[in-house]
Write a protein that binds this ligand. Structure first.
Ligand code: PGA
Length: 254
């Protein structure tokens, strides 16, 4: 486990107005700037990204995009290219989120999005996770196949440009997060799958986040017992009191 923690806030389609987005970003940036061991990424909806990015770089605080086009530019109505998102202030971009996979993203499409992100010099946060789980253990195959398929074609030298985020789909938007012991099992599995592709050294350096119903109450235990490098946080990332508490508590983990 790396000693620095990475907390990524996936705002999804929230909040309703740019003024609210600016308020959440300002507060998150302020809290982040006081942390010592934690980096924070806020991923607002596309139209709010620029307003949320600070003009001057702030220590520990970054902006991420929630998705990215498979195209660079051209006649693609409704799409936003990685270079464009970078010019709005993005340093990171989420790819392969289960809500996008459910809307039609195959591993191949995810691999194209990921390629655009890396080519543009951004860091990709690659989401993987099974939709359901049973006793058969088939979820391991599902996650391994997603990792293989989504990373297909990524040159070995670019392995550092990808952060893995394990998000069991059945835990997203749920009441409780996954048990930290199970998070640990999956973080080891994801690192192993990553090292099978890029080699043991890249596997050791790989960062793995957990996402799915993380809040200020369970965050520390998930990182500590789950042995993950950070968290991908949905609902709690736009709940300022909860997210502030989460960041402060996570920063105390040694
Ligand atoms: P949640 O969402 O924290 O609201 O469960 C996580 C995610 O979808 O990334």
């Amino acid at each position: 486990m790396n000693s620095r923690k990475l907390i990524v806030g996936n705002w999804k389609m929230h909040p309703a107005s740019v003024d609210d987005a600016k308020r959440i970003a300002r507060r998150t940036r302020l809290v982040a700037s006081r942390l010592e061991h934690t980096d924070v990424v806020a991923c607002p909806p596309f139209p709010f990204m620029q307003a949320c990015a600070s003009r001057r770089p702030t220590a520990n605080f970054y902006i991420g995009a929630q998705s990215v086009s498979v195209h660079e530019e051209g006649a693609h109505t409704g799409e936003a290219g990685a270079g464009m998102l970078r010019s709005l202030g993005a340093t990171y971009a989420i790819v392969g989120h289960s809500e996008q996979r459910a809307a039609g993203d195959s591993d191949e499409i995810v691999s194209h999005r990921l390629a655009r992100v890396v080519e543009a010099g951004l860091t990709a946060i690659l989401c993987v996770g099974e939709r359901t789980r049973d006793e058969s253990g088939a979820h391991f195959d599902v996650v391994r196949d997603q990792i293989k398929g989504s990373l297909a074609g990524l040159p070995e030298g670019k392995a550092r440009s990808v952060i893995m985020a394990y998000e069991p789909v059945w835990e997203i938007g749920a009441k409780e997060a996954m048990a930290p012991e199970e998070v640990h099992e999956m973080s080891i599995f994801v690192k192993k799958a990553f090292s099978d592709i890029f080699g043991p050294e890249a596997g050791l350096k790989a960062k793995v986040l957990y996402g799915g119903s993380v809040n200020f109450r369970n965050a520390v235990e998930i990182i500590h017992t789950g042995q993950v490098d950070g968290l991908l946080v949905g609902r709690e990332s736009v709940n300022l009191p909860g997210f502030t508490e989460l960041l402060k508590e996570v920063d105390k983990i040694q």
